[in-house]
Design a protein around this ligand. Structure first.
Ligand SMILES: [Zn+2]
Ligand SMILES: [Zn+2]
Length: 155
């Protein structure tokens, strides 16, 4: 994988570079992700917030959604063109979820899991090699890899 991972919005007023490999890569079929992506699911990579650098020539638009877990997820989009950019949990500011659609090179995306397959649209097939979960992530999908990543980091 080539670093940094760069990307941005459709109009170019939001750009970013991430100097770290994704910690988690997944597809989520929940209703919230369907709304946020405007498609059948959201494709997302999780990166450390302090390895991500934004260059923003507009305002980001923020909105909060309540996940089915009860947790708040704060999503943002370009204030100019509306492209979804990223999301984070306000109670876990060290981690950013980047929308794969904004990546310059989307071939970096290698999802391991598909979440909320119970909400998946019948008109879209699943990937053959992913682990499918009926509902939200179990600890081994998100919490454990994030914990291991930050525990292993020296700076
Ligand atoms: Zn834009
Ligand atoms: Zn979701």
């Amino acid at each position: 994988m080539m670093l940094p991972i760069s990307g941005g919005c459709a109009c170019g007023k939001v750009r970013y570079d991430c100097s770290e490999k994704p910690i988690v890569q997944l597809i989520c079929h929940c209703r919230d992700c369907q709304h946020a992506s405007g498609a059948a699911f959201a494709a997302t990579i999780f990166v450390p917030a302090d390895r991500l650098e934004y260059k923003i020539d507009t305002e980001l638009h923020f909105y909060d959604v309540q996940a089915e877990s009860g947790r708040t997820l704060r999503r943002n989009s370009c204030g100019e063109c509306g492209s979804p950019i990223s999301a984070h949990w306000p109670d876990l500011p060290g981690v950013v979820l980047l929308a794969v659609g904004g990546l310059d090179d989307q071939s970096v995306f290698e999802p391991t899991h598909e979440l909320w397959v119970s909400r998946a649209q019948a008109w879209h097939p699943f990937l053959p090699h992913t682990i499918k979960l009926e509902a939200g992530p179990t600890d081994d999908v998100v919490r454990d890899p994030l914990r291991a990543y930050f525990a292993a980091r020296k700076s």
